[in-house]
Design a protein. Structure first.
Lengths: 439, 439
């Protein structure tokens, strides 16, 4: 594309909300962008729980990265995983050994699950970060009902019909609500040997309230809605062990004696830690990542004394206007992406920077089952149908491709009317063999 | 459900076209049906190639079996694999060891790939029978382009951009056409290091013409359309070896010296053999399955001297009106399913049977890329746009759920206008690691 002098080379690692908005923001700027991701698609993570419960197909919430950037001629998409960052030579190394040089690096690889040091829990309690996570959870949830249809042992039946969601943040609340919806409505008439409505969904949260990042009024509203749906919410309750056939918890903030919940299906929505790229970039800049692997960044999203290294999104640890760290939410990543694109564009053209990054908090929201949600924006809090419509509108708005918007809207409309969930396929492993231990 | 005398127990193994139509046909009949399948969904196999090339999502062509039978109260769905058939005790055994007794058994488990005794070819040349097959082929095709973007070796580039489809039946023709469409239209502007239109799609067929089951006029039309699309069709050409990096073929009906085609992606659409259940049922009835594992059945679809054992669909070997074996097509299976449902219903009510099964041949059709198809019905043959519209109409008509019809129609319309394929996700294995040997 370029002719004459070599252009400023920008390498963006990660095609999530942060990286995508950074790359898009650099459209028409005099730079050459290389967008590196391990996957060939951008994933709309906020709707992943709908894939995990069979309401949407994976492709509905994913957009091929190449497709999104095919007309942006200054952007090249590269499939690969960054395994090393050389701050002195200014290049990143991919898993296949090839090096990609940069003038400016933007690290935006986000976060992954965190099991508080108990890595062995992962096999029994998958988290919800990738398409494969979602189809695996879908497989486990649906297989539990299938096995329930075959069993003749009442104790085993009880275990199979108990679902535990660990973590009462937005993802945990949405997962618990969706599993319950699935059981009491979607598959209501599907089985002959048991009543799906008899299933137990238990939401375990370590703090004294659900949706800890929201205002207390909304936590209360959400709790009320969850209980009304028949979800067993256990607050102030710490998970101390996870096995193939159960979860051990300590109630009363971990001070009361532990007890076991027998269950065949555990979903992990409790902790996240930053992608390992964070530590690599921190080391290259001579700063230290925090315990969760996040990189402390300057007010302009650069790291240490390196104006050429940017870290954004879940990978970054940055204080907001109130002095508290900015939350790991899509809007933060998107705004940081736009901000660094602007900053890099100005530099490439020799202009002055615009000042520090300011997060514009448009609010937070979470759905709880069918047509219920809680939301707050600018101190204004609302819940119920209105919040649900707002949720629906905003999620459709930010879905990456027009086609997906229509497909998702139609499926939501259809599911709302018929209470059906079309995408409840057990795939990946032979469904009849799911009686074996997972792993 | 039943009260008083025990009802006639019908066990149907397989929820494909044959089994599903048999179970549906027995709705309201005084029988208790158990429908056993290894998967929890009915799959519309004729559109599987569209999943393999990213045009549709798996859930669009699958329908949860429980959902389809939830209101048919005389039908119970059981997830499981039948591992033994006891003709004397009249029961089938599932993989978990449990036995399901029957008064009448309908075997309808269809067919799987056949590598002519070369089982080791499977890892390099996946077939197209299951959802996992389709997403695996999708992963391989898309990954080949991704690796092509990264390579700097012109020989490797050539190998990565060569796609071989083995078998010139409807599936092979449709796959070859779709891969070529994908390359020259969908991903046309997606890459920076090479031109996707430079890809080679080679269709290898052992017989002297493609679509061997169709009239010669249509074979010629199809060949013409394939060549016009830029597909390299090699007729009368036998595959003698398949490795990770190439295919060895012998042209001229296997009489000329062998040569190699270097390729990273091979799709197998050449041979099928019956599911192992065929042999079990044949043995229970004291007859012998043919070389492809198909069970020779009586004119009423029963086996040997056993009026209580039915075999239908791809699993059955039955002569048509012309004395030739009926083809392994969805309409044959569906009509046989309806026929045996009627026969069983009559028996359960003590009525006389209606005479032998007669296949009503409504015709055959195949698409070749965008808006082109060939079809024949009642000696009337047509091709081009009209055939394509007929193909479209019939496939939508037979899709199992109303919701899927709308979703598929919309995606087809959208793909037709934009030439986009939304579902081109590389999943299942980390995309950046696909450089490693497949397997």
């Amino acid at each position: 594309m370029s002719s004459g002098a070599p252009r400023h080379r920008v390498v963006i690692v990660g095609g999530g909300f942060g990286g995508m908005w950074a790359a898009r923001g650099l459209n028409k700027q005099p730079v050459d962008i290389t967008l590196i991701d391990r996957r060939n698609f951008h994933l709309f993570q906020p709707l992943l729980y709908q894939v995990a419960t069979g309401a949407l197909s994976p492709a509905n919430i994913a957009a091929p990265l190449r497709s999104m950037f095919k007309r942006q001629r200054n952007c090249r998409v590269l499939l690969g995983e960054v395994t090393a960052v050389d701050g002195a030579a200014k290049s990143v190394t991919l898993a296949d050994g090839s090096a990609v040089p940069f003038d400016t690096l933007v690290a935006a690889t986000g976060s992954t699950h965190h099991y508080f040091g108990h890595h062995e829990w992962e096999q029994h309690a998958p988290g919800l970060k990738t398409i494969e996570d979602a189809t695996e959870i879908r497989r486990r949830v649906l297989s539990a009902f299938e096995r329930a249809e075959r069993t003749t042992d009442p104790v085993e039946l009880d275990r199979l019909l108990t679902f535990v969601v660990v973590g009462g943040g937005p993802t945990g609340v949405e997962m618990a609500g969706s599993i319950r919806e699935l059981a009491i409505h979607t598959i209501r008439y599907d089985f002959r040997a048991f009543n799906p409505a008899a299933c137990k969904v238990i939401l375990v949260e370590g703090q004294p309230r659900v949706l800890g990042g929201f205002h207390e009024t909304l936590s209360r509203k959400a709790l009320e809605a969850l209980v009304k749906m028949g979800i067993d919410v256990r607050l102030d309750c710490h998970v101390t062990d996870v096995q193939a056939d159960g979860v051990t918890v300590k109630p009363d903030g971990g001070k009361a004696p532990a007890y076991r919940i027998d269950t065949a299906t555990v979903v992990w929505a409790a902790g996240v830690k930053a992608n390992p790229l964070g530590k690599l970039v921190a080391a290259a800049a001579g700063v230290e990542a925090d315990r969760a692997g996040r990189v402390p960044v300057n007010p302009d999203c650069t790291v240490g004394a390196r104006p050429d290294l940017f870290v954004i999104g879940d990978l970054a640890l940055q204080a907001g206007a109130d002095g508290k760290p900015l939350p790991g939410l899509a809007p933060v990543a998107m705004q940081q992406g736009q901000y660094v694109a602007d900053a890099i564009g100005r530099r490439a053209k020799g202009k002055e920077p615009k000042g520090p990054f300011r997060y514009w908090d448009k609010g937070v929201m979470a759905t709880i089952g069918r047509a219920k949600a809680v939301a707050e924006t600018n101190g204004f809090r609302f819940s119920g149908h209105l919040a649900w419509f707002a949720w629906l509108f905003i999620h459709i708005l930010y879905l990456a491709r027009f086609e997906n918007r229509i497909l998702v809207l139609f499926q939501w409309f259809w599911n709302f009317v018929t209470r059906n969930r079309a995408a409840r396929l057990i795939t990946g492993e032979r469904a009849d063999r799911t009686g074996a231990a997972p792993g």
